[in-house]
Design a protein around this ligand. Structure first.
Ligand code: ARG
Length: 563
């Protein structure tokens, strides 16, 4: 049982039924000041329920609780402060970390619950951008976190493989194509796409041509379908190369085209509920009239030429997911610019009577800017993700050449460090912030970077290699060690909060601070001295490494043992 759980248990015995176990657990804090102990329990709520003076309650509880786990339990005003018996607690923690085999800090909150995560979802016939990388790595981390909290997860790639843009692509190929479609690289397809977007802006008839081809696609025209299929497959190949490089996989690739045969049913359903209005030949949901307070604009469901839209497909998707996965939570990891889209989507489903629309959540994130400007594939100023990963890997290799020229598997480690740096950078900031991207900054081995965490871990492995074999045992009570131990005691709560708040940065920031804590311990302590504390010190740093590796794995970042 984790130490927080032990304290929760103890308190539950004392104060139930006034407070329940869950409430108590949520109330336990980690004091910032060392003089306030290692854990603390505020009694305000209990005082309210019991109509008693908080300070008095704290006093009484302090007197009642006697347990070998604590050196002392002290009342301070309305707080009950727990001071752990450092030697026992650290030795207990080390053995818990060791025995958990990489699962230390995980819990079962989500037992029997299903989470669907819509993530990555790049658009066919375009290169995957940094924006889709954000969705991919945030989604992947949330998936790992959900699993660490006991949930069952399905990661779904909602590929953008349907819509007017494919009409435009096909129109462009029909107008300008000069070789078989299968001979086009993604780069060439993107050039075609950029060119036709420019042409469509200048000439409405080009845009019409695109719409005409999309309509044919939706109606099952064979030529349109064949071209679409080849374009999709070659894009998908490029995406899967990147996923392999990031070591991220999906439980389903059900893109927008998957819902083509489920559109009529959705539109009929909305009609049955009287939610559809016809306006200039198009079918819309008139949200301003139906929900005047929502400030949501009209949602177009079917255009006057009969073609469906992104929204139509998302309506079908949501219903399909509920039927198919029976989710308890359905997350959409998509850029903040689609906030209104998801608000409309949920509102329409709610109006249609689906109470479960409350379980859908748009997990939004900010833009990635490159040299201060937004990237757009329509304008052509995209930085393809492959190039970013390649340069990161190259920069990492240069640093390894300098720091550790004799390392045997340099290329492999450089890839782990470079790719890890890009992922970590993406996750360490609050997800809704705009990130301006500077590749040189993020691959540095010092500062708030992924390589900094990886390096701390590699350093621990190097010390452990030097030490040779030792017994995992012993506890520590000096202040230096205790600060490291105390940081490790936070980990279970980090794993929990990061998922509950859908916030990978909680894990990333924690890993940075644990690494800093270790580095300062390392700077001030002679670890490898042959005295009777040697075993315990090695056990301590081994435990740190286990947690660093666990946390990096949650983020999808590798942890090389040497770098
Ligand atoms: N393909 C879309 C884009 O790149 C993202 C799709 C997100 N998922 C969804 N169910 N709408 O903007």
């Amino acid at each position: 049982m984790q130490i927080t759980d032990q304290i929760t248990e103890l308190l539950t015995k004392k104060v139930s039924p006034d407070l329940e176990r869950r409430q108590i657990q949520a109330m336990i804090e980690r004091p910032k000041q060392i003089e306030n102990g290692d854990f603390s329990f505020p009694v305000f709520q209990l005082a309210k329920i019991r109509h008693q003076n908080p300070a008095e309650i704290a006093q009484n509880l302090a007197a009642e609780i006697q347990d070998p786990l604590f050196e002392k339990v002290e009342a301070k005003g309305p707080y009950l402060n727990f001071f752990l018996n450092r030697k026992d607690a650290s030795s207990e923690l080390f053995s818990q970390i060791d025995q958990a085999l990489g699962d230390y800090g995980f819990n079962n909150d989500g037992q029997d619950k299903e989470v669907v995560i819509d993530m990555s979802s790049p658009n066919i016939a375009k290169p995957m951008s940094m924006g889709h990388l954000r969705s991919t790595v945030i989604g992947n981390t949330l998936s790992n976190l959900a699993k660490a909290n006991g949930y069952h997860v399905d990661k779904v790639n909602h590929l953008g493989d349907w819509g007017t843009q494919f009409g435009l692509m096909i129109a462009a190929y029909k107008m300008w194509g000069d070789k078989p479609i299968q001979d086009y690289s993604i780069d060439e397809l993107v050039k075609l796409y950029v060119r036709i977007n420019q042409a469509a802006k200048e000439d409405e008839s080009v845009a019409d041509e695109g719409r005409r081809w999309f309509k044919m696609l939706e109606d099952g025209d064979q030529e349109a379908l064949d071209l679409w299929k080849i374009i999709s497959e070659s894009s998908l190949k490029e995406f899967t190369d990147i996923y392999e490089r990031l070591e991220i996989d999906f439980d389903a690739y059900t893109g927008e085209s998957f819902y083509n045969d489920k559109m009529d049913a959705v539109i009929d359903l909305l009609k049955d509920k009287n939610l559809i209005t016809v306006s200039q030949g198009a079918e819309i949901v008139d949200l301003p009239t139906l929900l005047p307070d929502s400030n949501l604009p009209i949602a177009m469901i079917r255009r006057s030429d009969g073609a469906t839209l992104y929204m139509t497909r998302d309506l079908a998707t949501a219903i399909y997911r509920k039927d198919h996965y029976h989710f308890d939570q359905s997350l959409y990891v998509v850029g903040a610019e689609q906030r209104e889209h998801f608000a409309q989507l949920k509102a329409i489903l709610k109006l249609a009577g689906f109470a479960w629309s409350d379980e859908m959540e748009h997990v939004s994130f900010g833009l990635i800017t490159f040299n201060g400007s937004k990237m757009s594939s329509r304008k052509g100023n995209v930085v393809p993700l492959v190039d970013v990963l390649n340069s990161a890997s190259q920069l990492a290799l240069e640093q390894i050449e300098q720091k550790n020229p004799d390392l045997s598997n340099k290329k492999e480690v450089a890839e782990a460090v470079g790719v890890g740096a890009v992922i970590f950078n993406d996750l360490e900031n609050d997800r809704n912030l705009t990130i301006d991207f500077d590749i040189n900054e993020i691959v540095r081995f010092e500062g708030d970077t992924g390589p900094y965490v990886q390096y701390a871990n590699a350093r621990i492995h190097s010390i452990l290699r030097k030490a040779g074999s030792f017994n995992l045992e012993g506890g520590l009570s000096d202040d230096q060690s205790w600060e490291v131990v105390s940081k490790m005691l936070d980990y279970p709560n980090i794993v929990k909060r990061a998922f509950d708040q859908r916030d990978p940065s909680i894990v990333a920031k924690y890993l940075l601070s644990l690494s800093r804590q270790f580095n300062s311990y390392y700077a001030n302590t002679k670890i490898l001295v042959e005295d009777d504390g040697l075993n315990a010190r090695l056990t301590l740093i081994k435990s740190v490494s286990t947690i660093l590796e666990s946390g990096l794995a949650l983020l999808g970042v590798k942890a090389p043992q040497e770098m």
